[in-house]
Design a protein around this ligand. Structure first.
Ligand SMILES: Cc1ncc(COP(=O)(O)O)c(C=O)c1O
Length: 416
Protein backbone atom coordinates (compact mmCIF):
# COMPACT_ATOMS: atom_id res chain seq x y z
CA UNK A 1 0.00 0.00 0.00
CA UNK A 2 1.18 3.43 -0.79
CA UNK A 3 2.83 5.47 1.87
CA UNK A 4 1.05 8.78 2.44
CA UNK A 5 2.42 11.65 4.43
CA UNK A 6 0.38 14.18 6.33
CA UNK A 7 2.31 17.31 6.77
CA UNK A 8 2.26 21.00 7.39
CA UNK A 9 2.70 22.13 3.81
CA UNK A 10 3.85 25.53 5.00
CA UNK A 11 7.28 24.25 5.93
CA UNK A 12 8.59 22.18 3.03
CA UNK A 13 12.15 23.31 3.75
CA UNK A 14 12.08 21.79 7.22
CA UNK A 15 10.85 18.36 6.20
CA UNK A 16 12.76 15.13 6.03
CA UNK A 17 14.40 15.38 2.63
CA UNK A 18 14.67 11.73 1.88
CA UNK A 19 11.19 10.48 2.69
CA UNK A 20 9.65 9.44 -0.58
CA UNK A 21 6.07 10.50 -1.13
CA UNK A 22 3.46 7.94 -1.99
CA UNK A 23 3.25 6.39 -5.40
CA UNK A 24 -0.32 5.86 -6.50
CA UNK A 25 -1.50 5.02 -9.97
CA UNK A 26 -3.61 8.03 -10.90
CA UNK A 27 -5.22 11.03 -9.25
CA UNK A 28 -8.69 9.49 -9.58
CA UNK A 29 -7.62 6.24 -8.01
CA UNK A 30 -5.94 8.09 -5.17
CA UNK A 31 -9.06 10.13 -4.46
CA UNK A 32 -11.21 7.00 -4.51
CA UNK A 33 -8.86 5.32 -2.04
CA UNK A 34 -8.24 8.19 0.34
CA UNK A 35 -11.34 10.40 0.14
CA UNK A 36 -9.10 13.34 1.14
CA UNK A 37 -10.66 16.03 3.31
CA UNK A 38 -7.46 18.14 3.16
CA UNK A 39 -5.89 19.55 0.01
CA UNK A 40 -3.96 16.83 -1.78
CA UNK A 41 -0.74 17.87 -3.49
CA UNK A 42 -0.04 15.67 -6.48
CA UNK A 43 3.44 15.41 -7.94
CA UNK A 44 4.01 14.08 -11.45
CA UNK A 45 7.66 13.04 -11.40
CA UNK A 46 7.75 11.90 -15.01
CA UNK A 47 6.44 15.29 -16.14
CA UNK A 48 9.13 17.11 -14.15
CA UNK A 49 11.90 14.87 -15.47
CA UNK A 50 10.74 15.21 -19.05
CA UNK A 51 10.20 18.98 -18.81
CA UNK A 52 13.64 19.56 -17.31
CA UNK A 53 15.32 17.40 -19.95
CA UNK A 54 13.59 19.24 -22.77
CA UNK A 55 14.38 22.67 -21.36
CA UNK A 56 18.05 21.82 -20.79
CA UNK A 57 18.32 20.33 -24.30
CA UNK A 58 16.71 23.34 -25.98
CA UNK A 59 18.70 25.91 -24.01
CA UNK A 60 21.90 23.93 -24.57
CA UNK A 61 21.25 23.72 -28.32
CA UNK A 62 20.54 27.46 -28.51
CA UNK A 63 23.39 28.74 -26.33
CA UNK A 64 25.55 25.90 -25.05
CA UNK A 65 24.74 27.31 -21.62
CA UNK A 66 23.57 26.27 -18.16
CA UNK A 67 20.05 26.06 -16.72
CA UNK A 68 19.73 27.17 -13.09
CA UNK A 69 16.47 26.08 -11.46
CA UNK A 70 14.92 28.95 -9.44
CA UNK A 71 14.30 27.06 -6.20
CA UNK A 72 11.85 29.66 -4.81
CA UNK A 73 9.29 28.44 -7.30
CA UNK A 74 9.00 25.11 -5.53
CA UNK A 75 11.60 23.93 -2.99
CA UNK A 76 9.84 20.66 -2.22
CA UNK A 77 12.47 17.89 -2.07
CA UNK A 78 10.33 15.62 -4.23
CA UNK A 79 10.31 18.29 -6.95
CA UNK A 80 14.03 18.93 -6.59
CA UNK A 81 14.74 15.22 -6.82
CA UNK A 82 12.76 14.88 -10.05
CA UNK A 83 14.46 17.93 -11.59
CA UNK A 84 17.84 16.46 -10.67
CA UNK A 85 16.82 13.26 -12.43
CA UNK A 86 15.97 15.42 -15.43
CA UNK A 87 19.52 16.77 -15.50
CA UNK A 88 19.33 19.97 -13.42
CA UNK A 89 22.66 20.53 -11.65
CA UNK A 90 22.57 24.31 -11.16
CA UNK A 91 20.29 25.95 -8.62
CA UNK A 92 19.38 29.63 -8.22
CA UNK A 93 18.76 30.08 -4.50
CA UNK A 94 17.48 33.15 -2.67
CA UNK A 95 18.05 32.30 1.00
CA UNK A 96 20.17 30.13 3.31
CA UNK A 97 17.18 27.80 3.77
CA UNK A 98 16.95 27.16 0.03
CA UNK A 99 20.71 26.70 -0.17
CA UNK A 100 20.66 24.22 2.71
CA UNK A 101 18.00 22.00 1.17
CA UNK A 102 19.83 21.83 -2.17
CA UNK A 103 23.26 21.26 -0.59
CA UNK A 104 21.94 18.50 1.68
CA UNK A 105 20.27 16.71 -1.20
CA UNK A 106 22.92 17.02 -3.93
CA UNK A 107 26.59 17.20 -3.06
CA UNK A 108 27.51 18.00 -6.68
CA UNK A 109 25.01 20.85 -7.09
CA UNK A 110 26.25 24.22 -8.30
CA UNK A 111 24.47 26.73 -6.09
CA UNK A 112 24.19 30.39 -7.05
CA UNK A 113 22.91 32.97 -4.57
CA UNK A 114 20.95 35.21 -6.95
CA UNK A 115 19.04 37.44 -4.54
CA UNK A 116 20.46 40.95 -5.01
CA UNK A 117 19.88 42.01 -1.38
CA UNK A 118 21.23 39.76 1.39
CA UNK A 119 22.13 40.33 5.00
CA UNK A 120 25.71 39.75 6.13
CA UNK A 121 24.83 36.67 8.18
CA UNK A 122 23.22 35.07 5.13
CA UNK A 123 26.23 35.81 2.93
CA UNK A 124 28.56 34.38 5.60
CA UNK A 125 26.46 31.23 5.96
CA UNK A 126 26.36 30.69 2.21
CA UNK A 127 30.09 31.28 1.82
CA UNK A 128 31.42 29.49 4.91
CA UNK A 129 28.91 26.73 5.55
CA UNK A 130 27.65 25.85 2.09
CA UNK A 131 30.60 26.80 -0.14
CA UNK A 132 28.46 29.05 -2.34
CA UNK A 133 30.71 31.20 -4.50
CA UNK A 134 28.34 33.12 -6.81
CA UNK A 135 26.38 36.15 -5.59
CA UNK A 136 24.21 38.65 -7.44
CA UNK A 137 24.04 42.32 -6.50
CA UNK A 138 22.68 45.58 -7.83
CA UNK A 139 24.36 48.21 -5.65
CA UNK A 140 27.70 49.37 -4.31
CA UNK A 141 26.46 48.68 -0.76
CA UNK A 142 25.83 45.04 -1.60
CA UNK A 143 29.25 44.74 -3.25
CA UNK A 144 30.84 46.15 -0.09
CA UNK A 145 28.90 43.66 2.06
CA UNK A 146 29.91 40.66 -0.06
CA UNK A 147 33.57 41.67 -0.14
CA UNK A 148 33.64 42.39 3.60
CA UNK A 149 32.16 39.00 4.45
CA UNK A 150 34.08 36.88 1.94
CA UNK A 151 37.47 38.54 2.51
CA UNK A 152 37.97 41.30 -0.05
CA UNK A 153 38.89 39.37 -3.22
CA UNK A 154 38.95 35.64 -2.70
CA UNK A 155 40.26 33.61 -5.62
CA UNK A 156 36.97 31.97 -6.51
CA UNK A 157 34.33 34.67 -6.01
CA UNK A 158 31.61 35.07 -8.64
CA UNK A 159 29.83 38.44 -8.86
CA UNK A 160 26.73 38.97 -10.98
CA UNK A 161 25.40 42.47 -11.58
CA UNK A 162 21.59 42.49 -11.78
CA UNK A 163 20.37 44.92 -14.40
CA UNK A 164 17.05 46.73 -14.15
CA UNK A 165 14.66 45.95 -16.98
CA UNK A 166 11.98 48.24 -18.38
CA UNK A 167 8.42 47.65 -17.17
CA UNK A 168 7.21 44.60 -19.03
CA UNK A 169 4.09 42.93 -20.34
CA UNK A 170 4.77 39.86 -18.18
CA UNK A 171 1.98 38.57 -15.94
CA UNK A 172 4.35 39.39 -13.06
CA UNK A 173 6.32 42.53 -13.76
CA UNK A 174 9.57 42.35 -11.80
CA UNK A 175 11.04 45.67 -12.94
CA UNK A 176 10.33 47.71 -9.82
CA UNK A 177 12.21 46.06 -7.00
CA UNK A 178 15.70 45.06 -8.12
CA UNK A 179 18.19 46.09 -10.72
CA UNK A 180 20.94 48.63 -11.33
CA UNK A 181 20.36 51.37 -13.90
CA UNK A 182 22.59 51.32 -16.96
CA UNK A 183 24.98 53.86 -15.45
CA UNK A 184 25.09 52.08 -12.07
CA UNK A 185 25.65 48.72 -13.77
CA UNK A 186 28.59 50.11 -15.78
CA UNK A 187 30.18 51.41 -12.60
CA UNK A 188 29.52 48.17 -10.70
CA UNK A 189 31.01 46.02 -13.44
CA UNK A 190 34.18 48.10 -13.41
CA UNK A 191 34.47 47.94 -9.63
CA UNK A 192 33.63 44.25 -9.42
CA UNK A 193 35.94 43.09 -12.21
CA UNK A 194 39.21 43.18 -10.23
CA UNK A 195 37.53 41.38 -7.30
CA UNK A 196 35.79 38.61 -9.23
CA UNK A 197 37.02 35.31 -10.57
CA UNK A 198 33.72 35.20 -12.49
CA UNK A 199 31.97 38.38 -13.48
CA UNK A 200 28.47 38.21 -14.87
CA UNK A 201 25.52 40.32 -15.81
CA UNK A 202 21.99 39.11 -15.11
CA UNK A 203 18.42 40.30 -15.52
CA UNK A 204 14.81 39.10 -15.27
CA UNK A 205 12.30 40.10 -17.91
CA UNK A 206 9.29 39.36 -15.65
CA UNK A 207 7.53 36.12 -14.79
CA UNK A 208 5.17 34.43 -17.28
CA UNK A 209 6.62 36.54 -20.08
CA UNK A 210 4.47 36.00 -23.12
CA UNK A 211 6.76 37.72 -25.63
CA UNK A 212 9.99 35.94 -26.67
CA UNK A 213 11.37 39.24 -28.00
CA UNK A 214 11.70 40.48 -24.39
CA UNK A 215 14.81 38.30 -23.99
CA UNK A 216 16.40 39.72 -27.13
CA UNK A 217 15.64 43.23 -25.88
CA UNK A 218 17.10 42.40 -22.44
CA UNK A 219 20.25 41.05 -24.05
CA UNK A 220 20.58 44.22 -26.13
CA UNK A 221 20.46 46.33 -22.93
CA UNK A 222 23.05 44.03 -21.34
CA UNK A 223 25.20 44.46 -24.45
CA UNK A 224 25.14 48.25 -24.14
CA UNK A 225 26.22 48.02 -20.50
CA UNK A 226 29.02 45.55 -21.27
CA UNK A 227 30.30 47.76 -24.05
CA UNK A 228 30.17 50.92 -21.95
CA UNK A 229 31.93 49.21 -19.03
CA UNK A 230 34.75 48.02 -21.25
CA UNK A 231 35.56 45.03 -19.03
CA UNK A 232 35.57 41.32 -19.80
CA UNK A 233 32.41 39.43 -18.87
CA UNK A 234 32.38 35.72 -18.12
CA UNK A 235 28.63 35.03 -17.84
CA UNK A 236 25.43 36.53 -19.25
CA UNK A 237 22.36 35.30 -17.37
CA UNK A 238 18.97 35.88 -19.04
CA UNK A 239 17.02 34.98 -15.87
CA UNK A 240 13.66 33.27 -15.64
CA UNK A 241 10.21 34.26 -16.85
CA UNK A 242 9.58 31.45 -19.35
CA UNK A 243 5.81 30.94 -19.45
CA UNK A 244 3.45 27.97 -19.26
CA UNK A 245 -0.12 27.50 -20.42
CA UNK A 246 -3.11 28.59 -18.35
CA UNK A 247 -6.72 28.50 -19.57
CA UNK A 248 -6.55 32.10 -20.81
CA UNK A 249 -2.83 32.22 -21.62
CA UNK A 250 -1.44 30.33 -24.56
CA UNK A 251 2.26 31.13 -24.74
CA UNK A 252 4.44 30.73 -27.82
CA UNK A 253 6.45 27.53 -28.14
CA UNK A 254 9.54 27.45 -25.92
CA UNK A 255 11.66 27.05 -29.06
CA UNK A 256 10.77 30.61 -30.08
CA UNK A 257 12.18 31.85 -26.76
CA UNK A 258 15.37 29.89 -27.32
CA UNK A 259 15.66 31.29 -30.85
CA UNK A 260 15.21 34.85 -29.53
CA UNK A 261 17.89 34.27 -26.90
CA UNK A 262 20.25 32.77 -29.48
CA UNK A 263 19.76 35.83 -31.73
CA UNK A 264 20.26 38.20 -28.82
CA UNK A 265 23.45 36.42 -27.74
CA UNK A 266 24.80 36.35 -31.26
CA UNK A 267 24.25 40.11 -31.62
CA UNK A 268 26.45 40.70 -28.55
CA UNK A 269 29.42 39.10 -30.31
CA UNK A 270 30.80 37.89 -26.99
CA UNK A 271 34.29 36.41 -26.74
CA UNK A 272 34.49 32.63 -27.02
CA UNK A 273 34.12 31.05 -23.62
CA UNK A 274 31.46 33.45 -22.32
CA UNK A 275 28.80 31.28 -20.64
CA UNK A 276 25.08 31.90 -21.03
CA UNK A 277 22.82 31.04 -18.11
CA UNK A 278 19.10 31.14 -17.48
CA UNK A 279 17.05 30.75 -14.27
CA UNK A 280 13.66 29.21 -15.07
CA UNK A 281 11.24 28.42 -12.26
CA UNK A 282 7.66 28.25 -13.46
CA UNK A 283 8.47 26.63 -16.82
CA UNK A 284 10.20 23.69 -15.14
CA UNK A 285 7.67 22.82 -12.47
CA UNK A 286 4.17 24.21 -13.12
CA UNK A 287 2.87 21.18 -15.01
CA UNK A 288 4.44 18.74 -12.56
CA UNK A 289 2.10 19.65 -9.71
CA UNK A 290 -1.63 19.85 -9.10
CA UNK A 291 -3.84 20.14 -6.04
CA UNK A 292 -7.00 18.18 -5.35
CA UNK A 293 -9.53 20.20 -3.33
CA UNK A 294 -12.93 19.29 -1.94
CA UNK A 295 -16.11 21.33 -2.25
CA UNK A 296 -17.44 22.15 1.23
CA UNK A 297 -20.42 24.20 0.17
CA UNK A 298 -22.09 25.37 -3.03
CA UNK A 299 -23.86 28.76 -3.14
CA UNK A 300 -25.11 29.25 -6.68
CA UNK A 301 -22.07 29.65 -8.87
CA UNK A 302 -19.73 30.07 -5.87
CA UNK A 303 -17.90 27.05 -4.47
CA UNK A 304 -16.40 27.02 -0.96
CA UNK A 305 -13.33 24.79 -1.21
CA UNK A 306 -10.70 23.60 1.28
CA UNK A 307 -7.75 25.49 -0.24
CA UNK A 308 -7.37 29.15 -1.11
CA UNK A 309 -5.23 32.25 -1.46
CA UNK A 310 -3.55 31.64 1.93
CA UNK A 311 -2.85 28.12 0.75
CA UNK A 312 -1.58 26.94 -2.59
CA UNK A 313 -3.94 29.13 -4.65
CA UNK A 314 -2.30 32.47 -3.94
CA UNK A 315 -1.99 33.26 -7.65
CA UNK A 316 -5.73 32.70 -8.11
CA UNK A 317 -6.34 35.60 -5.71
CA UNK A 318 -5.08 39.07 -6.54
CA UNK A 319 -3.30 38.37 -9.83
CA UNK A 320 -6.43 36.29 -10.55
CA UNK A 321 -4.75 33.55 -12.53
CA UNK A 322 -7.22 31.10 -13.99
CA UNK A 323 -6.11 27.53 -13.44
CA UNK A 324 -7.26 24.46 -15.33
CA UNK A 325 -9.77 22.43 -13.31
CA UNK A 326 -11.56 19.14 -13.63
CA UNK A 327 -14.23 17.44 -11.57
CA UNK A 328 -13.05 14.07 -10.27
CA UNK A 329 -16.10 12.04 -11.18
CA UNK A 330 -18.07 11.44 -14.33
CA UNK A 331 -20.54 14.13 -15.25
CA UNK A 332 -22.31 14.86 -18.52
CA UNK A 333 -23.49 18.27 -17.36
CA UNK A 334 -22.41 21.36 -19.32
CA UNK A 335 -19.38 23.26 -18.12
CA UNK A 336 -20.29 26.54 -16.45
CA UNK A 337 -18.28 29.30 -14.76
CA UNK A 338 -17.69 29.12 -10.99
CA UNK A 339 -15.75 31.27 -8.56
CA UNK A 340 -14.08 29.86 -5.43
CA UNK A 341 -13.92 30.88 -1.78
CA UNK A 342 -11.03 29.52 0.28
CA UNK A 343 -11.37 27.94 3.75
CA UNK A 344 -10.26 30.91 5.91
CA UNK A 345 -12.61 33.50 7.41
CA UNK A 346 -11.06 36.30 5.35
CA UNK A 347 -13.15 37.81 2.56
CA UNK A 348 -9.92 38.28 0.62
CA UNK A 349 -9.75 34.49 0.37
CA UNK A 350 -11.58 34.66 -2.93
CA UNK A 351 -10.67 33.37 -6.37
CA UNK A 352 -12.88 34.86 -8.99
CA UNK A 353 -11.77 32.58 -11.82
CA UNK A 354 -13.88 31.85 -13.74
CA UNK A 355 -13.23 28.14 -13.25
CA UNK A 356 -15.11 25.96 -15.69
CA UNK A 357 -16.75 22.92 -14.08
CA UNK A 358 -19.84 20.77 -14.68
CA UNK A 359 -23.10 22.47 -13.69
CA UNK A 360 -24.09 19.62 -11.35
CA UNK A 361 -21.08 19.98 -9.04
CA UNK A 362 -22.02 19.71 -5.36
CA UNK A 363 -20.79 19.55 -1.80
CA UNK A 364 -18.37 16.66 -1.26
CA UNK A 365 -17.09 16.62 -4.85
CA UNK A 366 -13.36 16.76 -5.52
CA UNK A 367 -11.77 19.06 -8.05
CA UNK A 368 -8.26 18.76 -9.44
CA UNK A 369 -6.59 22.11 -10.11
CA UNK A 370 -3.59 21.99 -12.42
CA UNK A 371 -0.40 23.97 -13.17
CA UNK A 372 0.22 24.38 -9.43
CA UNK A 373 3.72 22.94 -9.31
CA UNK A 374 4.90 26.55 -9.60
CA UNK A 375 4.26 29.11 -6.85
CA UNK A 376 1.60 26.85 -5.31
CA UNK A 377 2.47 24.89 -2.17
CA UNK A 378 5.50 27.08 -1.56
CA UNK A 379 3.23 30.05 -0.79
CA UNK A 380 1.05 28.27 1.77
CA UNK A 381 0.56 29.86 5.17
CA UNK A 382 -0.79 28.60 8.51
CA UNK A 383 -3.50 31.27 8.57
CA UNK A 384 -6.63 30.04 10.37
CA UNK A 385 -4.96 26.66 10.83
CA UNK A 386 -5.55 25.47 7.27
CA UNK A 387 -2.06 24.22 6.65
CA UNK A 388 -2.59 20.48 6.47
CA UNK A 389 -2.06 18.77 3.16
CA UNK A 390 -1.12 15.39 1.78
CA UNK A 391 1.61 14.81 -0.73
CA UNK A 392 1.40 12.00 -3.26
CA UNK A 393 3.09 10.96 -6.48
CA UNK A 394 0.83 10.29 -9.44
CA UNK A 395 1.38 9.24 -13.03
CA UNK A 396 -1.17 11.45 -14.82
CA UNK A 397 -0.27 13.86 -17.60
CA UNK A 398 -0.55 17.57 -16.78
CA UNK A 399 -4.04 19.11 -17.00
CA UNK A 400 -2.76 21.50 -19.68
CA UNK A 401 -0.19 20.50 -22.27
CA UNK A 402 2.92 22.58 -22.92
CA UNK A 403 2.95 23.80 -26.53
CA UNK A 404 5.22 21.53 -28.56
CA UNK A 405 5.83 19.10 -25.69
CA UNK A 406 3.72 15.98 -25.51
CA UNK A 407 4.18 13.97 -22.31
CA UNK A 408 2.66 10.53 -22.60
CA UNK A 409 0.96 9.18 -19.49
CA UNK A 410 3.03 6.33 -18.10
CA UNK A 411 2.14 2.97 -16.75
CA UNK A 412 2.09 3.04 -12.94
CA UNK A 413 5.08 0.73 -12.60
CA UNK A 414 7.23 3.17 -14.59
CA UNK A 415 6.60 6.04 -12.22
CA UNK A 416 9.08 5.31 -9.46
C1 LIG B 1 16.19 36.11 -9.62
C2 LIG B 1 15.08 35.24 -10.12
N1 LIG B 1 15.39 34.25 -10.98
C3 LIG B 1 14.44 33.42 -11.46
C4 LIG B 1 13.14 33.54 -11.08
C5 LIG B 1 12.13 32.56 -11.63
O1 LIG B 1 11.23 33.18 -12.45
P1 LIG B 1 10.14 32.34 -13.24
O2 LIG B 1 9.45 31.46 -12.28
O3 LIG B 1 9.27 33.38 -13.85
O4 LIG B 1 10.88 31.57 -14.29
C6 LIG B 1 12.76 34.57 -10.20
C7 LIG B 1 11.35 34.74 -9.80
O5 LIG B 1 10.96 35.62 -9.10
C8 LIG B 1 13.76 35.44 -9.71
O6 LIG B 1 13.47 36.42 -8.84
Amino acid sequence: MAHIRFRSAVAPLRRNLFTRPATLPTVDRMVADLQPAEPMHCIRPQVLVSTARRFIDLFGAATGGDVLYAVKCNPDPAFLRALYRGGVRHFDCASPAEIRVVRQMFSDAHIHYMHPVKNRAAIAKAWNEFAVRDFSLDSQEELDKILAVTGKAPADLGLFIRLAMPKSAAAYDLSGKFGATLEQAVELLRRARPRAARLGICFHVGSQMMDPAAYEAGLAIAGRVIQAAGVAIDVVDVGGGFPVSYPDMDPPDLRLYMAAIARGVQALDLPAGTRIWCEPGRALVAGGGSVVVQVERRRGDELFINDGVYGSLSDAGVPAFRFPCRLIRRSDADLVAFSFWGPTCDSADRMKGPFLLPADIQEGDWIEIGQLGAYGATLRTEFNGFDQARLVEVVDSPLLATPGHAIAPQLPEMAA
